[in-house]
Design a protein around this ligand. Structure first.
Ligand SMILES: [Zn+2]
Length: 266
């Protein structure tokens, strides 16, 4: 079996496992469903960029889709034995180094919390937004983001995701308003900070630096440090009152106050 036959059957198998139709996958990847069908029949060879999108849509690492066992020092030979031509070998190598880079990002790099916070404050300043609740629609318009309601079946595991190229923000309409607001603010964070995160799985306790940055951004955008500090010190507001005023969940406000980078009153 050559590499493309393996890829074809892996796509089909993983897609079915997720309960996605060829149409669903096509929509997620941004190609026609006939194209997906041809990939699955092995009638057409997906470009590596498309393969990466498919892997993301199927929530598997690209390496799993390509399914090559890579010996540590013998990459070239390993790739040649997969009937890849020279250009393809080079492309796969690029991808593998990209994957390694992503992995390193996830494990080692520290999130830049201050940058996340600064980017959020900058946006509020530019738009002259000075009071809660922050109107996200204004920010979405300003950044020329297209918000669209996502298919509930496709958004099973996630509340929202953003396509950086097309500035398409897909969100789940059935989520409670406060959750939707945090998800949307989080995705705006990925866009503003240029994070390439597809199939974003929102998790407030994520350890991925990009996720931490997006959460910090969202917190600062919806619950700016100075405003909340003032409300607590001058107006003695508690979490209940604050979460109602800022239109966020009590959990989010609690995270903002006690878990984000600085304790407000410390
Ligand atoms: Zn995220």
């Amino acid at each position: 079996m050559d590499i493309y036959t393996t890829i074809a059957s892996t796509i089909r198998e993983k897609r079915k496992k997720l309960g996605l139709s060829q149409d669903d996958l096509a929509r997620l990847v941004g190609v026609a469903s006939t194209t997906i069908s041809m990939y699955e029949q092995g009638e057409r060879k997906p470009e590596l960029t498309v393969l990466k999108k498919i892997a993301d849509a199927l929530s598997i690492p690209l390496a799993e889709l390509i399914n090559i066992e890579i010996p540590r020092d013998n990459l070239n030979i390993a790739l040649r034995s997969q009937n890849l031509d020279f250009d393809e070998v080079e492309k796969v190598k690029d991808y593998i180094s990209e994957l390694k880079y992503q992995k390193r990002l996830k494990s080692g790099t520290k999130p830049n919390k201050m940058r996340a916070r600064k980017e959020a404050s900058k946006l509020l300043r530019e738009l002259k937004i000075t009071e809660a609740p922050v109107k996200l629609s204004v920010i979405v318009n300003y950044l020329e983001i297209d918000p669209i309601v996502g298919d509930e079946n496709i958004l099973k595991k996630t509340s929202a995701f953003i396509d950086l190229e097309d500035k398409l923000l897909v969100y789940k309409d059935s989520d409670p308003v406060v959750r939707k607001r945090f998800s949307v603010a989080h995705e705006i964070g990925h866009l503003v900070m240029g994070h390439d995160v597809k199939n974003d799985i929102f998790n407030i306790d994520s350890t991925d630096p990009r996720e931490i940055e997006a959460n910090m951004f969202a917190a600062e955008l919806l619950m700016p440090y100075d405003w909340v500090k003032q409300d607590m010190q001058k107006h003695s507001m508690n979490i209940d009152g604050l979460s109602r005023k800022y239109w966020v969940s009590k959990e989010a406000m609690g995270w903002r106050l006690f878990k984000s980078d600085a304790l407000l009153l410390a």
